[in-house]
Every structure is written in C-alpha cells, then in structure tokens.
Design a protein around this ligand. Structure first.
Ligand SMILES: [Zn+2]
Length: 350
C-alpha cells in the first residue's frame, strides 16, 4: 500500500506507518483477534492459492457494511472506492453494491463521510446502495426515518444510463439498475432493510417487467451466517439480527418471508446478496425457485474483523462462459486475499 493512501485512512495521524506496522496496529487494537491473526499467519503456507482472474470476466464489487468506517475510519471507505476505480479496467468492474449500514447512527457527520467515500465512484463506476437498520432513526430502526436521501437522493443517480428508478419519488431506499455485461442483460434490485409488504409488491412488478433480464436482488438482512434465511417464525432464538427484532414501525419482512412472498416466484432471479450479519458474517446456500431456477443466496459482512472490517471487499467475477461466477475476497488495506472456502468459491448461474 502506498504511504500516501495509508495516511489518508487515519485522519489526523501524523505517524508514518509501513504496511507491516498497519497489521501490527490492527492486532494491537484487539489482543484476542491478534492471536487469531497470528495463528492465520502461521498457517499461511497451507492456504489455498488465490484463484486467477480469467480474462474476459466482468466483476461486481461488494462493499459490505461500512458503518464503522463512517464513524471511526472514513479513509477505509475511500480506500475501497479508490481501489475499485484504479482496478476498474483490470478487473472489468461493471457495478458496485453497498449492502446497507452506511452509517452507524444516521448522523450527518457519518453520512458526509459515506457520501465522500462513495463519491469517488461517481461518474466512474456505477453503484447501487440500500439502507440498513443503522441508517434508520438513531441507528436503532425504530422507524424508517433516514438521512439517506439527503446525501444519496435519486437525483444523484438519475442521469446514469444504468439507473432504472426508485419505488417512490425522492427516495433511494428501493431502487433498480439495468445494464448489460458479458453479452447478457441484467437487473439489480435493491430493497430497504426488512422490506415492507408494499415494497415486495413493487419489487414483484419490477422483476415481472424485466423478466427478460437475469436478476440480482440485494438487501441488508436476508441470509444468516448459519447459511439459512433469517426466519423469525422458526429460528427466533438461534438467529441474531432478524428484522422483526427491531420493532420497526410499518412492519418488516425477514429472509424467509421475502423468499416466500417474492423471490421464489421469479424464474429470472439467480442471486440474493446481503450484509448485516454478525458472527463471521458469512453465509451461502443455493435454493431452487418455483420455476426450477437456482438462486444463490450470499451474506457477506466483515465488521467484526480488525479495524471494523479491514476494507475487505467481496468480488464476484462472472466468467465469459456466462454461467460460472468466481467469488473472491480482497482488502486494499492489507493487499491480501482471503482464500478459505467461505471467502473464495465458485457458484453457477442456471
Ligand atoms: Zn445491520
């Protein structure tokens, strides 16, 4: 990592640190995690190799929960977006997704930082975002009041050729994007945290309208780190972070409800992506829709890692065969990949 870049991460930090000392700094911040990091280093030799980027692939870059960067380390968001801009050509990055929790407490200061960080992408790489629970009320999602539209109003996106529209004028919370990549037409639909019934009805219309496009839905809370959908009715006691827990005014739907009311019905849907989840934050399963289509469901969130996420990005590389997707995990802070099976794996579009 360039020294200049690193300095920009820690505003007000005058000490010059080398990349090696970045790692030490991160470990010093949490002795328990430091042990784990040390253990990982010892096991480094046996780590699987980094999967090669296959020429002709195109990429969706996912920025999992950035809420703590907006509070503590705004430079990490900028580091992620700068890396995306600098590697746009090399990785053929076509779209960026931010899965919600852009802020921790929905404060103007945090929103300004998130806006500045993502703003590096403006006019360079299109991105889509949705609000998470921390972007509502005082960060507790007791209702759906949010400052997201003060900083990311639809007018910020509306001139992009790939921007489809929103559910409600002046509200970015539910939005869709249309683009072509690898010779295939795609739609990305972004849904608010714990979407309301009316939101699912809107999404149903959008997915029907664009049934000729392969669809990705992303939202803040959907799949849990046990690799099953968030399901309040059956798993209230064993899954944390279910939208029903927050008592959000106006009602919510959890993962299982989204699946049954909306997602399973659409033959063109092949993927659902979410963040939010604690623990290791990582989950993946494949479900079969009513029309026999396979739906890849993936949760990704690194906020429990050192430095509240360590700038880890999830990259989805869609290979030129039109059906193979390489998931990869990279941090522009550490300039390293995670190559264990939860962070580097292949799935298929059928
Ligand atoms: Zn969350």
């Amino acid at each position: 990592m360039k020294r200049r870049t690193f300095l920009s991460i820690f505003l007000g930090t005058a000490t010059l640190l080398t990349p090696l000392s970045v790692g030490r700094w991160a470990q010093a911040a949490d002795p328990v995690k430091a042990e784990k990091v040390a253990g990982k280093s010892a096991a480094k030799k046996s780590k699987p190799p980094v999967a090669p980027f296959v020429p002709g692939s195109w990429t969706i870059a996912i920025m999992p929960d950035i809420q703590h960067y907006s509070t503590y380390y705004p430079g990490l968001t900028r580091l992620q977006t700068q890396w995306i801009v600098e590697n746009k050509e090399k990785h053929n990055i076509v779209y960026v997704l931010q899965n919600g929790d852009l802020t921790n407490h929905n404060t103007p200061k945090e929103w300004k930082r998130a806006s500045r960080g993502l703003g590096i992408l403006d006019g360079v790489v299109p991105y889509a975002l949705v609000p998470g629970n921390h972007d509502y009320a005082q960060g507790n999602a007791k209702d759906r009041s949010t400052r997201i539209n003060n900083y990311f109003p639809p007018s910020r996106f509306q001139d992009w050729p790939t921007f489809g529209g929103t559910m409600a004028p002046g509200h970015i919370e539910n939005n869709y994007h249309l683009f072509e990549a690898g010779g295939i037409k795609w739609i990305i639909v972004g849904l608010e945290f714990g979407p309301r019934d009316a939101t699912l009805q809107w999404a149903d219309q959008i997915l029907k309208k664009y049934s000729d496009r392969k669809a990705i839905v992303f939202t803040h809370a959907y799949l849990y780190c046990d690799s099953t959908r968030l399901d309040w009715a059956k798993k209230e006691k064993t899954q944390q972070g279910n939208p029903h827990k927050y008592g959000t005014a106006g009602g919510v739907n959890d993962g299982e409800e989204m699946w049954n009311k909306l997602l399973r019905k659409h033959a063109n849907l092949f993927m659902v992506i979410n963040g939010h989840i604690a623990g290791d934050g990582l989950g993946f399963q494949v479900s079969k829709g009513d029309h026999g289509n396979l739906v890849n469901e993936m949760s990704v969130n690194y906020q429990r890692q050192p430095l509240k996420g360590g700038a880890w990005l999830r990259l989805l590389e869609f290979r030129p065969d039109g059906k193979t997707v390489q998931a990869r995990t990279y941090s522009p802070l550490y300039e390293e990949h995670k190559t264990d099976e939860q962070n580097q794996f292949i799935f298929t579009i059928k």
